[in-house]
Design a protein around this ligand. Structure first.
Ligand SMILES: Nc1nc2c(ncn2[C@@H]2O[C@H](COP(=O)(O)O[C@H]3[C@@H](O)[C@H](n4cnc5c(=O)[nH]c(N)nc54)O[C@@H]3COP(=O)(O)O)[C@@H](O)[C@H]2O)c(=O)[nH]1
Length: 572
């Protein structure tokens, strides 16, 4: 072992080299010695500190309390290691606080009892802790609080609202068709959209409101001071307006929208878990009504959600097992009764649920993403069938309904071309139907997709026409081949003057644009007569035939002129 006779030199070397600040303080709190590291930490030189009270490092209001602590330490001197007291701070010479940790030792120097104070700068540790806390409580992409932190805020807000008897609103937002942005433009674009959504939400809300990203494209907003239920609706509308402005990305523009579910404390429920569940149900109810909608929770939604989950579960299995069917409804020439086309319509007979109409399962498929495999199966089945009828010498145009999600898929034209090649089908025998509302949601994007499809030889029909308030100038620019008048207008046609006027106007407008018209849902001879006298080209409806299995359509196509005896008299 190395020994030296000069113990004082050794002690001095230790003080000089120590990375922590070290102070030697007497029993009344006067600094007797400070090492060089103290200067780095506090800004005071060792000479300046000599003779100063230790309380020089404290704000004035804490000084008298601290002198009591010094006294009690010297009455019962006990060593204290680092890490025993949290949140300690020291005031530097320049007045700035520094987070520190302090260890205490005690010894006697001659007759005097002294404390040795070890001071460690915790700035870097503190920053690291704060970074870790931020990462654990915030969403790294948007900077909004994350689910965990949101639930803490939510819990505290409920307790405060309970005490004050205040009402509180919870909004759950889910972006519409966000998956399409990722699929079509890539994940970097998806990230830009999420950041922009967070920015728009922040700028549309008050400072006290809590906004969080729960994950994926799901956001939530807590309105801790809600004057009334109507106010929550106003906030939802305001957010939807701010989200609807087009979003400029580095790779182009996209349109945004969100579905919003709302619930209110204490009216709907009094705990966080139930309120989150109710907001989720309301959000799904909103989604079922299309893009950019909002819904306030209602107790009936619980039952509706149970049914939707059941449909989702069963539909998933049915899609995997290819247990759905396509039926085909004839489209008939108004003057001759000849079948000029057929519309492919999904049919689903489930072992547990029985016959589930498309109106019930398509919205579920859309909101759960099942529409992608399901829609693809429809495309494939209809293309194969179109090729089969053509090969059998009875070619007929097959119309296929496209969901908005399918229509916006970048790979749709390529996929259709692939199916044509695979089954030897001809593009001119395939018509793709998109609803007027979907088409007008983003007319420029619609025009571009339609142009790509038309270039491949497909034709496009605008479905449910009359419900989407198309602007004539946009319609002129869309490369569509046909307009289909929504069956709602045909239903009352012969009893309601307004509908008759509207149908006449739609036919005239379509003809001005050079487009033929198909009337949907024709059930009576009177409706057919009206359409004929107003120049409508073709119709589809139960008057002629419901949607039928392919084999029945094959029989009809193979025997021209004798579809269903009842209707022959209308085409003398
Ligand atoms: N994206 C996809 N959507 C699809 C697909 N298959 C169907 N659908 C859409 O579901 C909605 C309901 O369809 P459905 O219950 O099949 O109803 C169609 C016809 O059966 C019905 N119709 C036809 N004639 C009459 C009639 O005389 N009276 C009467 N009450 N109903 C009649 O109209 C529906 C036609 O729908 P459309 O022409 O598409 O508007 C419907 O929105 C379908 O589009 C699919 O594969 N993909």
């Amino acid at each position: 072992m190395y020994r030296t006779s000069n113990e004082e030199d050794l002690a001095m070397a230790a003080l000089e080299a120590a990375p922590d600040g070290i102070l030697i303080v007497d029993d009344v709190g006067t600094i007797l010695k400070a090492n060089p590291a103290t200067e780095l930490l506090t800004g005071y030189s060792p000479d300046e500190l000599w003779g100063q009270p230790i309380s020089v490092f404290l704000p004035p209001h804490m000084r008298s309390k601290h002198s009591h602590l010094v006294k009690s330490f010297f009455l019962h001197p006990v060593s204290r290691p680092m890490g025993m007291v949290s949140q300690l701070q020291l005031l530097r010479k320049d007045g700035l606080p520094v987070p520190v940790d302090i260890a205490l030792g005690h010894c006697t120097m001659g007759e005097r009892s002294v404390a040795v104070v070890f001071i460690r700068d915790m700035t870097a540790v503190k920053r690291l802790q704060e970074d870790m806390h931020y990462q654990a409580t915030h969403d790294g992409l948007t900077g909004l609080v994350n689910r965990w932190m949101f639930m803490q805020h939510f819990e505290q807000a409920i307790q405060r609202a309970r005490r004050s008897g205040r009402m509180m609103g919870l909004l759950l937002l889910d972006l519409d068709e966000f998956k399409d942005v990722n699929d079509s433009h890539g994940h970097a674009a998806g990230d830009q959209v999420l950041i922009e959504v967070a920015r728009r939400l922040r700028s549309g809300l008050r400072a006290g409101d809590v906004i969080a990203r729960l994950g994926g494209d799901e956001f939530t907003v807590l309105l801790p001071e809600l004057p009334s239920k109507d106010h929550a609706v106003e906030v939802a509308q305001k957010l939807q307006r701010s989200l609807s402005a087009r979003c400029q990305l580095t790779m182009g523009e996209v349109s945004l929208s969100a579905s919003i579910g709302m619930t209110v404390f204490p009216d709907d429920a009094q705990d966080t878990g139930t309120l989150m569940r109710f907001a989720d149900m309301a959000m799904y109810a909103a989604k079922a009504h299309g893009r950019s909608t909002h819904a306030m929770y209602r107790p009936e939604m619980s039952e509706a959600l149970r049914q939707r989950s059941q449909i989702h579960e069963r539909l998933k299995r049915a899609v995997e097992a290819q247990a759905l069917e396509l039926h085909y409804q004839p489209q008939v020439d108004v003057s001759t009764g000849t079948i000029v086309g057929v519309e492919a319509l999904l049919r689903w007979q489930d072992a547990e649920l029985g016959n589930v109409p498309p109106d019930r399962f398509i919205p579920v498929a859309v909101s759960t993403g099942l529409i992608h495999p399901l829609g693809d199966w429809v495309l494939e089945t209809a293309c194969r069938q179109a090729a089969e009828w053509a090969d059998n010498g009875t070619p007929v145009r097959v119309s296929i309904n496209l969901s908005a999600q399918q229509f916006r898929q970048q790979q749709l034209p390529m996929r259709l071309q692939q199916l044509l090649d695979q089954y030897g089908a001809r593009a001119e025998l395939i018509e793709l139907e998109i609803t007027e509302t979907e088409a007008m949601a983003d007319p420029d994007a619609t025009r571009q997709v339609c142009a790509r499809l038309c270039a491949l030889g497909f034709s496009i029909a605008l479905d449910d026409f009359g419900t989407g308030y198309s602007s004539l100038s946009y319609l002129r620019l869309l490369p569509v081949s046909r307009l289909k008048i929504d069956r709602e207008f045909i239903r009352q046609l012969t009893h309601n003057d307004n509908d008759a006027v509207l149908v006449r106007a739609v036919i005239a407008m379509a003809h001005t644009l050079g487009l033929p018209v198909v009337a949907e849902g024709v059930e009576t001879a009177a409706q057919l007569a009206f359409l004929r006298s107003n120049g409508c080209e073709s119709f589809q409806g139960w008057l002629f035939a419901k949607a039928l299995p392919a084999v029945d359509i094959s029989r009809m196509l193979g025997t021209p002129g004798s579809p269903i005896t009842l209707t022959q008299r209308y085409f003398a």
